[in-house]
Design a protein around this ligand. Structure first.
Ligand code: CP
Length: 309
């Protein structure tokens, strides 16, 4: 049962529970009208201490499309956080005013802390460079729909694998499905953190290798997951400027890839995917963002226990 649960880490839900969410998302995609009033009288709070376009708007759109209401902030200076209110006190208040909370915060672990003080489900909408579990739901639903299933895939993760929380969450999630292997493509300064390699990949005997050149491996991939270099997480601007153009996916590189490879990206992109790639049928990142709204609709229904009309 997913009712009243928190979603802080992609591993919080079992594979069977994720299947329930995907199955409901697919039902909603087929017949959105059936679900258009299901959250009547319910309130989603979106507490965004960091900028967002997709995650916040897709959560808000999801709740509105389910017939519910939304309150919250996208700029922490407009809340009492700017007067020094603690996260614990903010969450105690907001969990009185709402039925479910989606929160993005720059500090790793902030969503876990929020869940300790909340009377209602807390959804981690990104905590620093740590995890982004609803992006993972989005990514899995996209792969399931565009590649048929979540098994036996060669997944290339490319770009900022150190600070990119979506990558950390996706490695954890895809490691639970049989036969998946990873090619980790990054500059040496931006490699996947050791704790993920040791505690997820090595511990579970998942095949992976680390390389620096995308063009050396692109032909092997079923999925290419591009990421932006995360400027906001660098301590040193010089280092960011040196690394920011490490990878630019263009049609010359796409010509070497399989005809059925899909290109994913959590977005926003800066320059790591040339706009000419958008016209290629393998470019799946805008479709991915659309799946994100439907999977969040399904997640809200499950956490509130309002699945059936
Ligand atoms: N993918 C993602 O988290 O996008 P936003 O930062 O725009 O929410």
């Amino acid at each position: 049962m997913l009712i009243n649960r928190h979603l802080i880490d992609p591993m919080d839900f079992k594979v069977e529970e994720l299947d329930e969410i995907f199955s409901l998302a697919e039902k909603i995609i087929k017949n959105p009208k059936k679900y258009s009033k299901i959250c009547d009288g319910k309130i989603l709070a979106t507490l965004f201490y960091e900028p967002s376009t997709r995650t916040r708007f897709s959560f808000e759109s999801a709740m509105m499309r389910l017939g519910g209401n939304v309150l919250g902030f996208s700029e922490p200076n407009s809340s009492s956080a700017s007067k020094g209110e603690t996260l614990a006190d903010t969450i105690k208040m907001v969990s009185i005013y709402s039925d479910v909370i989606a929160m993005r915060h720059p500090k790793e672990g902030a969503a876990r802390v929020a869940s300790l003080y909340s009377k209602v489900p807390v959804i981690n909408a990104g905590d620093g460079g740590h995890q982004h579990p609803t992006q993972t739901l989005t990514d899995l639903l996209t792969i399931k729909n565009l590649k048929g299933n979540l098994k036996n895939k060669t997944i290339g993760l490319c770009g900022d694998l150190k600070f990119g929380r979506t990558v950390h969450s996706l490695i954890k999630a895809m490691s639970r499905y049989e036969g998946n292997e990873f090619i980790l493509i990054s500059p040496k300064e931006l490699k996947v953190p050791d704790y993920i390699k040791e505690q997820v990949l090595e511990k579970n005997n998942i095949k992976f290798r680390e390389v620096e050149a995308l063009e050396d491996v692109i032909e092997e991939l079923d999925i290419l997951y591009m990421t932006r270099i995360q400027k906001e997480r660098f301590f040193n601007e010089e280092e960011y400027l040196r690394l920011k153009d490490s990878y630019i996916l263009n049609m010359e590189k796409m010509d070497k890839a399989k005809n059925d490879m899909i290109v994913m990206h959590p977005l926003p992109r800066v320059n790591e995917i040339d706009m000419e790639v958008d016209n290629d049928s393998r470019a799946s990142y805008f479709k991915q963002a659309e799946f994100g709204m439907y999977v969040r609709m399904a997640l809200i229904c499950k956490l509130l226990g309002v699945e059936e009309c």
